[in-house]
Write a protein that binds this ligand. Sequence first.
Ligand code: OAD
Length: 316
Amino acid sequence: MGRVYDLINKIKVGEIKNIIVLAGAGLSTASGIPDFRSPGGLYDTLPVDALTASEVQKKRLRVEPTLVVDIELFSKNQFPYLEVRRPFILGTKEKRWKMTIGHIFLELLHKHDVLKRLYIQNIDGIEHHSLIDPVKIINVHGTLNKVSCEHCGTEHDADEFCSLVETNIKNIYGDLGIPGPTSSTNILCKKCRKPAVKPKTVLFGRNLPSEYFNAIQEDFTDSNDCDLIIAIGTSLSVFPAANICQMGRKDVPRLVINSQVVGAELGLDFEQQDAIFTGLCDEVCLEIIKKLNWQDELRARSSAMCASSQKMVEMM
Ligand code: OAD
């Protein structure tokens, strides 16, 4: 833990001034959103039999669950994606997902003027409830808050789309899901009439948004002054996002905050240059906030957090 505390101390004394963060699903699990690759995560619990899909498609989904968020399947059959994403889409409409201590930690980095950029793979948009300047947030895989046609790009009203998801797309999660119809019917694009309307998120096989490439260009030029990269709540297994860990100058340390060790295959060396703080994001971030003496600022933001995070702050 020595290296972790060294890095935190450098933030405290102003030696580290420009932090680039790469965040993933583990940042939001405390809010009630499952991640992708953990046991109990989206891929592990995919109810393949309940999906509106051909037997051939189901057979592939059983061995390759990421297909459910892949353009290859979506271009042929939109229902598996919409059925799997239905609870998430409806929960976002109801503003059910709230910030965690992890989100507030990132907000405090911004408040203390040491956050250079937040690259976030999550599509829940929770980070936009924070006070982080939106120009510093890059939604690497898009967000659920915008809706467009995957075929022709026409934008659709997000509230109208959510209502259609509620009425047209079946609930595949039984009692755990939000009640809905027993079979799914298409949601058509108002312009091209194709059934390809979906949240404006990036499917596997599609390009990342141009904002991502512009920000990377800006943040990682030769003269870049990034002095710490933090990877939080991500398995670092999806590219190109995971490459961010390798984009700093050669001597820039990487701090990983995650419930398990990740990043070794990207060359992160936790014995030398880099550091890892294993544990739940909320617990680890709380610990770091205490070391930075930012507890009062955390307490002041308690009402904006999800119930489990609030409880931890109360017990602090
Ligand atoms: P993953 O599910 O791949 O990884 C989440 C990581 O966070 C895992 O290593 C977990 O062990 C860890 N984790 C989970 N809950 C945690 C918690 N409360 N505290 C600390 N760590 C926790 O999610 P991502 O890395 O975000 O892309 O996935 C990257 C991309 O893969 C997603 O954006 C999505 C997915 O397929 C697309 O759909 C295009």
